[in-house]
Design a protein around this ligand. Structure first.
Ligand code: MG
Length: 399
């Protein structure tokens, strides 16, 4: 039985330029959580993941070398095109295909089993929840037309499972239909009976930043079971000198001086890198990216931050939030704060509202106050299971 994971959407607003399905949730990307649920299911033999074209070229590491075969295909412009691209790769031997939205990372093995068993019996079945609110139909200007009997209302989720012939017919006939938001609607239009199985209220779809925060809370509240919260602190200072570019958080800031150093001397990236590494007790920037190593000369420090995120991800953690204070007498930071936040969020694979950047002067006091240097403090909260990995030695946290 083949699972198709629909992750072709771009959902950029939530992710600071990264598709939302790649954002971290409780220490693992949303997509990885969804994929893992299908890897664990004993009903599933292989997976096909539809990713946005630019990601399909270099898929994340967790899609390679998994316990089951995972094929990556290009997503299309519309959801149904992504699923059609994936369906084209399904083995002719597959009897049932189950489709799942990558943005529903809390899908359980039971829900997958329920849905595919119903599809085997009936031809097509989807997980759905009965409405609990009273349901009204209204006009566009907000006047009720009628009250719809609640027992006739179901809210569709994924997984959605189909006999292969049913899905082939639904995709073939539905190709011209625009705006289909699930595969069941294509099957319905093609005249197939689609059965409803009990969905799971926890099987939520993550669409907005608020959804992502609620999902984090769900994980933390379940999470006595193995979720660790860890805090880390980072600090950096570089001298301001003539003849260098001033780079903070990956943003080149117009100024008559720049920070001196081996790399691009991006003190914001360095402090944040140390904060997240510190939270995982995974060493520091000097250990991972030594300035004696020519590889890091003039390095883009955002790339170092991305590498550090991967190091803590390997150790079982993801970034929850980061707060940064930049101490600089000049230049003014405010015009650049949003661009810095977006860069940091992208490098760490988190939503932009998980990243705060504040500028301070030092009231003319000390080296930062007299404009000889810029200093940066950062704190990071990370969370995850904290499994041992990649040779990272953990401090003595006990649970
Ligand atoms: Mg530094």
């Amino acid at each position: 039985m083949t699972a198709i994971i629909a992750a072709g959407g771009r959902g950029l607003r939530l992710g600071a330029g990264r598709p939302k399905q790649l954002l971290s949730l409780g220490g693992r990307p949303i997509l990885q959580r969804s994929v893992d649920a299908f890897l664990r299911s004993d009903r599933i033999t292989d997976l096909i993941v539809a990713l946005p074209r630019e990601l399909a070229e270099a898929p994340p590491a967790y899609l390679r070398g998994a316990s089951k075969a995972i094929e990556v295909v290009n997503g299309g412009d519309r959801r149904q095109d992504s699923v059609a691209n994936a369906f084209a790769r399904v083995s002719s031997r597959a009897e049932i295909i189950v489709i799942h939205d990558a943005a529903r990372p809390f899908v359980t093995g039971d829900l997958i089993t329920r849905t595919v068993e119903a599809a085997a019996r009936h031809g097509a079945a989807i997980a759905a929840l009965g409405a609990t609110d009273t349901v009204k139909r209204g006009t566009k200007d907000g006047v009720i037309v009628e009250t719809i009997p609640r027992d006739e209302i179901f809210l569709a989720q994924t997984p959605q499972a189909f006999r292969t012939a049913v899905l082939r017919d639904a995709l073939a006939r539905g190709g011209a239909v625009s705006g289909a938001t699930d595969e069941a609607s294509l099957a319905e239009r093609a005249g197939h009976a689609v059965h409803l199985v009990d969905g799971d209220p926890r099987n939520v779809k993550i669409t907005t930043a608020a959804d992502l925060q609620a999902a984090e809370r769900m994980i933390q509240s379940n999470g006595g079971s193995g979720t660790a919260l860890r805090v880390g602190n980072g600090y950096d200072l570089h001298r301001l000198v003539a003849g260098r570019r001033l780079v903070l958080g990956g943003v080149v800031i117009p100024f008559d001086k720049g920070l001196d150093g081996h790399s691009d001397a991006d003190a914001v990236c360095h402090a944040v890198t140390d904060a997240i590494l510190g939270a995982a007790a995974a060493g520091d920037i000097g250990r991972h990216f030594p300035d004696t190593d020519a590889a890091w000369k003039d390095a883009d420090s955002l790339a170092l931050l991305t590498r550090a995120s991967a190091i803590i991800a390997d150790a079982g953690f993801g970034v929850s939030n980061v707060d940064v204070v930049v101490i600089a007498q000049r230049p003014k930071l405010a015009p650049h704060v949003d661009a810095i936040r977006a860069n940091l969020a992208r490098a760490m694979n988190v939503a932009v509202d998980c990243v705060s950047v504040k500028g301070k002067t030092n009231e003319g006091v000390d080296a930062t106050g007299t404009g000889e240097a810029i200093a940066v403090h950062a704190v990071a909260l990370i969370l995850g299971s904290g499994k041992m990995g990649s040779g990272v030695i953990f401090g003595g946290h006990s649970k």
